[in-house]
Design a protein around this ligand. Structure first.
Ligand code: ADP
Ligand code: MG
Length: 504
């Protein structure tokens, strides 16, 4: 039975409803991103929207901002149903969206970005640049920072760009403010200032949907928490109920304990022996032996040297020391050498490893192509088969092979890189901060894959600053301090306390 649409601007408990969504559906080519989403935003509330990467959060926000048309469903703003929203009508209804991928024009200045299309003019009708710079400095200043209004946005740091994006949207005085992961690049103090602004807006009755991956922000800012999973609302709860386990359980549909599926694998022969490795400014002296089937963790606090290990092993930066692969001395000086020796690398920053504009196929075949460019016709056929196999095997989503990988979530990009190394025949995988920037559900997938890899006889060097994931997955952990190893802990000795004690 279809439920009657409630157009009232006041809900059953008398609160003023700014926005009501009913059964919003969004179908992209090959992806059903939203499956009947309904929610209600009250005046003066911060509703935190949680969900794994790919859950549909950004899509929902873009629909509200008039950037995407919903496939079906209804949007009611202050008691009036609106249809055919465009960015302009959304803005005139007081809806403002702070984008996750910033929507600024890099070549234009801060001031131009802030006032695009409505630059202040002199009484002769010309652009009043001085006034524009003054207003821009003020607008950004309200966020408690100084950013040169004359600077081209492309030259700013990511955090500064994020602040300009926020200032730009606030300039339109939205009554319904949508914030899509606004704090992802901000420092703690910048975030605190943004929260001050949010609290002020709350006091003025502005309703906000606030998207973030940081569960710790819930008690700081949220009035209610709504969780989205696979395009559906799982539920809306109060901050008091929203402890980490509950939220993660709602987001991924499984509990924290299932996150680390550590397999039991017998330790085999040494596959990678590293002696007195030295590289960069912080890595002084690292020696270790990685065995077949082993997950060897490396932990260190910032600047302890672990940041340089992956690049040194992979020939991405100059290093000294001895590297033996499968018992033979290897002079690894370039990434091609490392690949030829059967090494694979998952970088900290996925953007370094993927070609965002290309689809899964070419991204998968990068290492073979660099090896054997002669056989490109054959490779092409192989690529097609491999892509299908890995997309299915690793549950890469979306399962279509025609989308550029930049449309994939961080976790799925991570899987594409893994698939690449599996198909290139790598047997030693270096995971450098494997879960940085990916959400809980994708993390569980990455760990499941890691377990799968060692079961198939591969070996993993896991460089991580996440205590829990090392404790969850590693057979052994080398703790680094001041550029060298300060302790080696066996699996049964691993605890947060022990790791931190040896690291600091
Ligand atoms: P979230 O913001 O929660 O991480 P998104 O809304 O970005 O999730 O994505 C939801 C799903 O829709 C994902 O599977 C994503 O790949 C897909 N998607 C998002 N935008 C597009 C698009 N423009 N074209 C095709 N698929 C898209
Ligand atoms: Mg998003």
């Amino acid at each position: 039975m279809a439920s009657a649409l409630n157009l009232s601007a006041v809900n059953s408990s008398g609160a003023q409803v700014l926005l009501r969504l009913e059964s919003i559906e969004k179908q992209f080519v090959g992806v059903r991103a939203l499956k009947g989403v309904s929610l209600e935003l009250l005046a003066g509330e911060v509703q935190m929207l949680l969900g794994e990467n790919g859950a549909g959060k950004s899509t929902l926000m873009k629909i509200l901002a008039g950037e995407y048309a919903p496939t079906s469903g209804r949007i009611v703003v202050r008691g009036h149903e609106v249809s055919g929203l465009t960015p302009e009508t959304a803005k005139s209804l007081g809806i403002g969206l702070i984008h996750q991928e910033l929507s600024l024009v890099p070549a234009l200045t801060v001031a131009e970005n802030l006032f695009l299309g409505r630059m202040p003019t002199t009484r002769f009708g010309q652009i009043d640049w001085n006034r524009a710079y003054e207003l821009a400095a003020e607008a950004v200043g309200r966020l408690g920072v100084f950013i040169d209004p004359r600077a081209p946005v492309g030259r700013l740091q990511i955090a500064e760009q994020q602040l300009v994006e926020i200032a730009r949207v606030l300039e339109s005085n939205p009554e319904i403010l949508l914030l899509d992961e606004p704090t992802s690049a901000l420092s703690d103090s910048e975030r605190e200032r943004l929260f001050d602004v949010i609290r002020r807006l709350k006091g003025r009755g502005v309703g906000m949907i606030y998207i973030s991956h940081h569960l710790a922000e819930i008690p700081m800012i949220a009035d209610r928490v709504t969780v989205l999973r696979d395009g559906s609302v799982v539920g809306t709860i109060l901050p008091e109920q929203a402890d980490e386990d509950t939220c993660i359980g709602m987001m991924v549909g499984r509990s924290l304990k299932d996150q680390f599926p550590k397999p039991v694998v017998a330790k085999g022969t040494p596959v990678l022996e590293v002696e007195r490795l030295k590289a960069g400014r912080t890595l002084d002296d690292l020696s270790f032996t990685l065995h077949k089937g082993e997950i060897l963790g490396i932990f260190g606090l910032m600047g302890a040297g672990q940041e340089e290990v992956a690049a040194a092993l992979f020939g991405l930066q100059k290093s000294h020391g001895r590297i033996r692969v499968n018992g033979k001395d290897k002079g690894i000086t370039t990434p091609a050498d490392a690949i030829a020796e059967g090494l694979g690398l998952l970088t900290r920053d996925r953007r370094q490893s993927l070609v965002p504009m290309l689809t899964v196929g070419p991204n998968l075949s990068l290492p073979w192509l660099s090896n054997r460019s002669f056989w490109s016709a054959l490779q092409h056929k192989r690529e097609g088969q491999e892509v299908e196999r890995y997309v299915a095997d690793l549950k890469i989503r979306p399962a279509t092979t025609t989308n550029p990988v930049r449309f994939y979530s961080g976790g799925n990009q991570q899987k594409v890189i893994l698939a690449r190394w599996m198909s290139s025949g790598a047997s030693i995988l270096v995971f450098d901060e494997p879960t940085r920037g990916i959400d809980v559900g994708a993390k569980a997938d990455v760990f499941a894959l890691m377990g799968e890899l060692v079961k198939r006889g591969m070996s993993v060097l896991m460089i991580s600053s996440e205590l829990n994931e090392l404790i969850g997955m590693a057979d052994r952990v080398l703790v680094m301090r001041g550029g060298s190893v300060s302790a080696e802990l066996a699996r049964h000795e691993l605890s947060q306390e022990a790791l931190l004690r040896h690291a600091s």
